[in-house]
Design a protein around this ligand. Sequence first.
Ligand SMILES: NC(=O)C1=CN([C@@H]2O[C@H](COP(=O)(O)OP(=O)(O)OC[C@H]3O[C@@H](n4cnc5c(N)ncnc54)[C@H](O)[C@@H]3O)[C@@H](O)[C@H]2O)[C@@H](O)CC1
Ligand SMILES: Nc1ncnc2c1ncn2[C@@H]1O[C@H](COP(=O)(O)OP(=O)(O)O)[C@@H](O)[C@H]1O
Ligand SMILES: [Mg+2]
Length: 276
Amino acid sequence: MKQLTEAILAQTIRVRPAESHKGTYGRVCLIGGNAQFGGAILMATEASVYSGAGLNTTLTDPSNFVSLHARLPEAMVADFTDQSALSALVTAANTVVIGPGLGTDATSLDILTKVFRLVSSKQTLIIDGSAITLVAKHDLALPSAQLVFTPHQMEWQRLTGIKIADQTDDANETARTQLMNGTVVLKSHQTKIYTPTGSYLNTTGTPAQATGGMGDTLAGMIAGFTAQFTNQTDAILAAVYAHSDIADLLAKRQYVVLPTQIIQQLPSYMYNHQHK
Ligand SMILES: NC(=O)C1=CN([C@@H]2O[C@H](COP(=O)(O)OP(=O)(O)OC[C@H]3O[C@@H](n4cnc5c(N)ncnc54)[C@H](O)[C@@H]3O)[C@@H](O)[C@H]2O)[C@@H](O)CC1
Ligand SMILES: Nc1ncnc2c1ncn2[C@@H]1O[C@H](COP(=O)(O)OP(=O)(O)O)[C@@H](O)[C@H]1O
Ligand SMILES: [Mg+2]
């Protein structure tokens, strides 16, 4: 297993060409946030916007529209039960993220299965939070897209049946290949990333990050990075590294680091780590 270092940032985050526009930096479609978990999709969306994705649209429960717009006028919104909006927005996206705060009821399952039918092989699909639990519970067939699963250890246990104590590198890599030809970001105090081209250990991170919404924020960052940077594996690795590196920087002076504080740091952090 290779260790991730700061080199992944310069390898991934490029100086922006002058001759470019919002369309150059990708379209992200984020799906989640039921009436109970609006904060999750709000943080994921904010992380994608602040990572620099060119256009961001959030499909969520309408009860979240006002709060989302009040915090984040840059993002567009649509009702996640509106079939024609879902269809148009998912098919137009470069990167789709589904799951933060989606919930696991019949409506959530219906949305997830529709999204699985809509995505195609050129798109990156990030499956997080409730969407992972739904795939596990209903044994859903996976679509042909560039798949990225972002489970924490309990979600990985649900998905693979491997108990947390038995989640060794060999078992995890075997389970990844059985599941799909995609990437697994297995989140814990030492996050590991299993990709078709190798496995990586994240070397950044702090217990100051152990608070609700931290993974929702990572899912949004992975969306923002994959939408605008060409190499999808590097984009995932750079997002994982940056998410926890920013937390480490803040934790030098803070007992707890909030997901929204990490998001606020993204534009300056990326400015400091961009490369020609
Ligand atoms: N503000 C919000 O709206 C929030 C919404 N959330 C959403 O709530 C839904 C349920 O997700 P949860 O993860 O809370 O619930 P889950 O029931 O999926 O998992 C949490 C359980 O897993 C256990 N666990 C074991 N190892 C763990 C590890 N390494 N990391 C994290 N948990 C571990 C925890 O102790 C806990 O009992 C998701 O859709 C998620 O996106 C959460 O992100 C919390 C914040
Ligand atoms: N003790 C810790 N050390 C380092 N990182 C942590 C620690 N606890 C949690 N994290 C990170 O916080 C995030 C938690 O993700 P997740 O459990 O999905 O949160 P949520 O669903 O509440 O948003 C992951 O990126 C994980 O690596
Ligand atoms: Mg989560």
